[in-house]
Ligand binder design. Structure first.
Ligand SMILES: *Cc1c(COP(=O)(O)O)cnc(C)c1O
Length: 386
């Protein structure tokens, strides 16, 4: 049976070139990068190269790159660090109601600690406007954190415009760019981004390693307390092989971005057109054009997302639904509800996210299986018959 992996927003396959770059650091180069001897310095050299690769990809200074344990840790470091450091200035944070749990659950934690969080509502496409941000900023606002692109619906936020409003008002701006990196151009200097989170496993790098970009002059307390690694900004012996892999993966993704975007957008559009042409009563979730080149998200009326996923899986296709299936709950996705979808429509949603390895044959096979699956499930659905 054909195996088609269309869950690249959840994680991606490690690229063979990335693995090759990592191998020496999993074998002979095992020194501790903090050690002064040759073993340690060889490991440090690998990390230095990765730091340069990240700096080049983001257009920042290598000294502004902090390696972390994952995207979640980068997000936590920003929210908890800014809240702690600027508590005398104020305790108000602005974010959106469709952020990743790494942001939302940390905000909920901060609310329990006495912070005040504004969750800006998104429109039917998942967008917030710079005007909404401007209106929400108060004298006690210490941080605006808005994701670059959404992980479920792929909507791309107007980041440079939002950052400009924050700067005008003298408020720090952070973006969770975990889904954007490697797919769309991100330039922290040109876009006015103060802090940014990214994660290697979302762009064909290894799991368990991320980056926090933190603009020069802005020093946040270390989230993990301990040694002086990362110039005292993140304690703990570094995941050297992972960091080397992150560097190789970001360089690879960014060097092929233009051609990759063209290729992936064509595949994504082929998938969207195939679904729209073959399956009646579907609704595209997210923005029609301001969306990631690898994201497709549809609500398919009268059937359950979970049933679709099971049948896709039986046919070798890995996809994801809008519902919080990981928690074992059948609640529809809060992101889809935030767009104004009814529970019933939100329930019947599937997310298909493409990767570097996705082919045209994969797409055509998926359209075929999804069409047949929908027909079969609808034939059994009392809602559809009615
Ligand atoms: C995956 C993801 C994260 C979490 O990154 P991890 O490295 O898995 O912790 C955070 N934000 C977004 C938008 C994501 O897609």
């Amino acid at each position: 049976m054909r195996q088609v992996y269309l869950d690249n927003a959840a994680t991606t396959a490690l690229s063979p070139q990335v693995l090759e770059a990592m191998m020496p650091y999993l074998t002979e180069v095992y020194g501790n990068p903090s050690s002064v001897h040759a073993f340690g310095q060889a490991a440090k050299a690998g990390m230095d190269k990765a730091r340069d690769q990240v700096a080049k990809a983001l257009n920042c200074d290598p000294a502004e790159v902090i390696f972390t344990g994952c995207g979640t840790e980068s997000d936590n470091t920003v929210l908890l660090g800014v809240a702690e450091k600027y508590k005398e200035k104020g305790r108000h944070i602005i974010t959106t109601n469709i952020e990743h749990h790494a942001i939302l659950h940390t905000c909920e934690y901060l609310e329990k600690q006495g912070c005040d969080v504004t969750y800006l509502p998104v429109d039917e496409y998942g967008l917030v406007t710079p005007e909404q941000v401007r209106e929400a900023i108060r004298p006690d606002t210490i941080l605006v954190s808005i994701m670059f692109a959404n992980n479920e619906i792929g909507t791309i936020m107007p980041i440079p415009e939002i950052a400009a409003v924050c700067h005008e008002k003298g408020v720090l701006f952070h973006t969770d760019a975990v889904q954007a990196i490697g797919h769309i151009p991100v330039d922290v200097k040109a876009m006015g981004i103060d802090m940014l989170s990214l994660s290697a496993h979302k762009f064909h790098g290894p799991k368990g390693v991320g980056v926090l970009y933190c603009r020069k002059g802005l020093r946040l307390p270390s989230f993990i307390k301990g040694g002086a690694q990362e110039k005292g900004r993140r304690a703990g012996t570094e995941n050297v092989a992972g960091i080397v892999g992150l560097g190789a993966a970001i360089e690879l993704a960014c060097s092929h971005m233009e051609e990759n975007t063209v290729r992936m957008t064509a595949l994504r559009d082929r998938l969207m057109q195939g679904i729209a042409a073959n399956i009646p009563e579907v609704k595209l979730n997210g923005h029609p054009t301001k969306r990631l080149p690898n994201n497709v998200n549809y609500s398919i009326r009268y059937i359950e997302g979970e049933s679709i996923l099971l049948m896709l899986d039986m046919n070798g296709i890995a996809a994801s639904s809008g519902s919080a299936c990981t928690s074992g709950s059948l609640d529809p996705s809060p992101v889809l509800l935030a767009l104004g979808l009814t529970h019933e429509i939100a329930h019947g949603s599937v997310r298909l996210t493409l990767g570097d390895d996705t082919t045209e044959e994969d797409i055509d096979y998926t359209i075929d299986v999804l069409t047949k699956t929908t027909q079969r499930l609808r034939a059994m659905s009392p809602l559809y018959k009615a």
